[in-house]
Design a protein. Sequence first.
Length: 176
Amino acid sequence: MDTLRDILSEEPIRLAFSVFATMVFYVHIVALMRISGKRSLADMTTFDFVTNVSLGSILPAAIVTRGIAFWTGLAVMTTLVALQWLVTWLASRSDAFQSLVANPPRLLYFDGNLQHRNLRRERISEQQLHSKIRERGYASLEELDAVILETSGVFALLPRGTRNAPLVAEVRPSTE
């Protein structure tokens, strides 16, 4: 109730500015997301996540603060999305740059063997792995040839008969 009273007691100019700023930032974010492409909304990489969280942090301050924060907010948001676009553009054209900015996919289970070293590297317990497998409708590891933690953090579960597939060969088992 105090919040409603506070809103209604705001000076009309400040309230109007906040409404205007919200509309401008809404249109700006939609435009930036359209420009940056579908990958910003798909399974996020670390860089995508940082960019989206940063946008969410900048937005409230820019909306409620009049003056320079409004323009600074627009500039910072545009810069973040431009940097995200640049990094993903470079990563899509250079394997060396890709390996610098993205975590590689990690094989967690392969051909009947848990990859304990990779599980430790990714800080994933066997119980967490089992949970992910059950969530996807599998009753046991024996139903799978491989489990890969993808660069986006998604678990790829590959059923029996796929261990020699070219996409599986890209992710090598660790030597333990």
